[in-house]
Design a protein around this ligand. Structure first.
Ligand code: KIV
Ligand code: ZN
Length: 559
C-alpha cells in the first residue's frame, strides 16, 4: 500500500495555544440525540411512524432533554411524525425537539410549519462549508457558501410566526473538519450577526461543529474546537456543540477531547448508529463519564431493554464486543482473568468495598442492569478459577482446590475435542458423569447399615450392585467392613473389591437450604500412582460420603 498511501495528505491543523490536554472532565455535557434524524437517514429501512414513536419514548425514558426528531421537509413521514408529537402532546415539558433543514426557502417554510405549536423547538440549519464541497459540489467560493448560510438564517426569521413559541437557533457548518478554521469562525460570526439583526430572540445560539467525516485524529478535532472557542468574538452568546462521526473509529475519543476543549453540548446516537461507521455513541460517552464518578445525566440502568428497542427500530444488530452492551463484554474466557475476577468479587465482599476496582471489569455490570452470571464462560482457555466460579455460582458446589485442578483438566480435554465453548449446563453434566454417576461404573450404591460398636468403632454392611466388567450383568452383593467411623468402615468394606486404596482428603457441605437440603461430600482417594476424586450427594451426610467413596473407587477400578 505504500504507493497508494501517497494520495492521502497529512492533516496539518495544529493549535499551539491548546490547553485542553491539561483539563479534566467534571460534568456531563448537554446531550442531544440524533437517532431519529442522522441515525434514521442511515438505515436500510428508515423507521415507520410506529417505530419512530417507540424510539422517541425510549429516548425520553433514557433521559434526553434535546432530541432531533427529523428532517420534516425531506419526507412526509418526517413531517407527520413531528406534527404527531406536537398535536398529540407527546413531548414532555422538559424536553425540546429539534428539526433539521437545509438552507432552501421552500424547505425552511415547511420545516417552520412543522413545529408550529411546539412548546419549545430548536431549528437546526446547515450547509456545507469545506474546501472539497465548495470546489467539487457547489462550485462556489467562500462568499458563495457564506451567502447560502445567511439566506437560510434570513428565511428562518421570515417564516417565524406568532404561533412559534420558544425557538432556539442552531447552525452547523457541515463538513467543519474539512473547512479552514478561520473561515468556520468567519461564517459563524456572520450567521450570529444575521440571526441577532432585528430579532428579539436573545437565546444563546448553538454552533454545532461536526466531524461530518472523521478526517483526522481526536486531538486535532479538539484543537479545532478550542481554537474556535477562543477566537469566537462573542463566546457568551453561543453554545459550542460537537457532532462526531466514526470513520477512523475514534468518534468517542474526538467528542471526549472536544469536551475538554470547550464543547458544552454533544450530538450523537444510542450505540452509534448513523451514516457509514456511525455517529458517536452516546451510551459509551455517558458511561465513560459514569465510570469516572461523574453523573452522566442519562439512565442506562436497564441497558438491555434500551438496546432491544434500538435494535428493533433500526433493524441493526449491536456487535457482541460493543462497549458496555455487547453480549461478551462482561465475559471472561481466559483462565487467569476468570481466576482474578472470582478473587476480586470475593475480596470485594469481604472488605465491603465501595470503590469499584475489580480486575478485568471496568464497571460493575449490575449498575447497567447486567448480571454477573454470564461473566465467566468456559472454553479450552479457561482455568480452574472460572470453573470453580461457575460450579459455585450456578450449582452451589464448592469444589476443593485439588478437585478444581483435576476437573479443569477434564473440561479442557472435552473442549479441545469439541473446539467450542462449554455451556455451564455441560460443565455440570461433565462433572456428574466424571464424579457422581460414571457411565462405566462397576459399583452402584443400594443401601448401607452402620452399626456402632462403641462411640467411634463402626461395623458397616454395604449393599451394592456390582459387575465384574463394564458390559457384565450386575448382581447384588453385600460387603462388610469395620473401622473408625462409617467412612473408614465403608473403605475397609470396599477394599474387598479394590485393594489397598487410601483416602487422602475429605470435604463436605450442604447444597441447598430448607427441608430439601442435601449434603455433598468430596473424597480424594489414592492407589499406587492414581489419585482421583469421587463425589456423593444425599439427604444424609454419611450416605453422601459413602457414595463419594464408591464413586472414587469406580474410577480406580475402571481406569
Ligand atoms: O454529520 C453532519 O455534519 C450532520 C449535520 C447535518 C450536522 O449530520
Ligand atoms: Zn451527522
Amino acid at each position: 500500500m505504500s504507493n497508494q498511501s501517497k494520495k492521502y495528505m497529512f492533516a496539518p491543523f495544529f493549535y499551539k495555544e491548546r490547553t485542553w490536554p491539561n483539563k479534566v472532565m467534571k460534568q456531563a455535557p448537554k446531550w442531544c440525540s440524533v437517532d431519529l434524524r442522522d441515525g434514521n437517514q442511515a438505515l436500510v429501512n428508515p423507521m415507520t411512524m410506529q417505530k419512530k414513536l417507540k424510539l422517541f419514548k425510549c429516548l425520553i425514558d433514557v433521559g434526553f432533554k434535546e432530541i432531533e426528531v427529523g428532517f420534516p421537509a425531506a419526507a412526509s413521514v418526517e413531517y407527520e411524525f413531528v406534527r404527531t408529537l406536537i398535536d398529540d402532546k407527546l413531548i414532555p415539558d422538559d424536553v425540546t425537539i429539534q428539526v433539521l433543514t437545509q438552507a432552501r426557502e421552500e424547505l425552511i417554510a415547511k420545516t417552520m410549519r412543522s413545529i408550529i405549536g411546539a412548546p419549545r423547538a430548536i431549528v437546526h440549519l446547515y450547509n456545507s462549508t469545506s474546501i472539497a464541497q465548495r470546489e467539487q459540489v457547489f462550485n462556489t467560493d467562500k462568499e458563495g457558501v457564506k451567502n447560502i448560510a445567511l439566506d437560510g438564517v434570513h428565511w428562518i426569521k421570515q417564516h417565524l410566526t406568532k404561533e412559534h413559541k420558544n425557538i432556539i437557533f442552531e447552525y452547523s457548518p457541515e463538513s467543519f473538519t474539512g473547512t479552514e478554521i478561520e473561515f468556520s469562525i468567519e461564517i459563524c460570526e456572520a450567521v450570529l450577526a444575521e440571526w441577532r439583526k432585528d430579532n428579539a430572540n436573545k437565546e444563546k445560539v448553538i454552533f454545532n461543529l461536526p466531524a461530518t467525516v472523521e478526517l483526522f485524529g481526536p486531538q486535532q478535532y479538539a484543537d479545532l474546537i478550542e481554537c474556535f472557542a477562543k477566537k469566537f468574538s462573542k463566546p457568551d452568546e453561543i453554545i459550542i456543540s460537537v457532532h462526531t462521526h466514526n470513520d477512523r473509529g475514534t468518534g468517542v475519543a474526538a467528542s471526549e477531547l472536544a469536551m475538554l476543549a470547550g464543547a458544552k453540548r454533544v450530538e450523537g446516537t444510542l450505540f452509534g448508529n448513523g451514516e457509514r461507521t456511525g455517529n458517536v455513541d452516546i451510551v459509551s460517552l455517558a458511561l465513560n463519564l459514569f465510570m469516572h464518578g461523574i453523573d452522566p445525566k442519562l439512565n442506562f440502568g436497564d441497558i438491555k431493554s434500551t438496546a432491544a428497542i434500538v435494535e428493533e427500530c433500526t433493524e441493526l444488530p449491536i456487535h457482541c464486543r460493543h462497549p458496555y452492551i455487547g453480549e461478551l463484554v462482561f465475559t471472561a474466557f481466559s483462565g487467569s482473568h476468570q481466576d482474578a475476577i472470582k478473587k476480586g468479587f470475593a475480596y470485594r465482599q469481604r472488605q465491603g468495598k465501595q470503590l469499584w476496582d475489580l480486575p478485568y471489569l471496568a464497571i460493575d455490570p449490575s449498575d447497567i442492569g447486567r448480571t454477573y452470571k454470564a461473566i465467566i464462560r468456559i472454553n479450552s482457555q479457561s482455568g480452574k478459577g472460572g470453573l470453580a466460579y461457575v460450579m459455585e455460582k450456578e450449582f452451589g458446589y464448592l469444589l476443593p482446590k485439588r478437585l478444581q485442578q483435576e476437573f479443569s483438566k477434564v473440561v479442557q480435554r472435552y473442549s479441545e475435542t469439541t473446539m467450542k465453548e462449554v455451556s455451564s449446563r455441560s460443565v455440570r453434566d461433565i462433572f456428574e458423569k466424571t464424579y457422581i454417576q460414571q457411565e462405566k461404573a462397576l459399583i452402584q450404591y443400594i443401601k448401607m447399615k452402620p452399626k456402632y460398636l462403641d462411640e467411634h468403632h463402626v461395623e458397616m454392611a454395604l449393599s451394592l450392585k456390582y459387575k465384574e466388567q463394564v458390559d457384565a450383568e450386575p448382581k447384588e452383593i453385600l460387603l462388610e467392613g469395620e473401622g473408625n467411623g462409617p467412612v473408614d468402615a465403608a473403605q475397609k468394606a470396599l477394599q474387598k473389591l479394590c485393594d489397598s486404596f487410601e483416602v487422602l482428603d475429605y470435604y463436605e457441605h450442604t447444597l441447598s437450604q430448607g427441608s430439601d437440603a442435601k449434603a455433598i461430600a468430596y473424597i480424594e482417594v489414592k492407589r499406587a500412582e492414581q489419585r482421583h476424586f469421587g463425589v456423593g450427594i444425599d439427604e444424609n451426610i454419611t450416605v453422601a460420603s459413602v457414595k463419594a467413596l464408591i464413586s472414587a473407587v469406580n474410577f480406580l477400578l475402571t481406569s
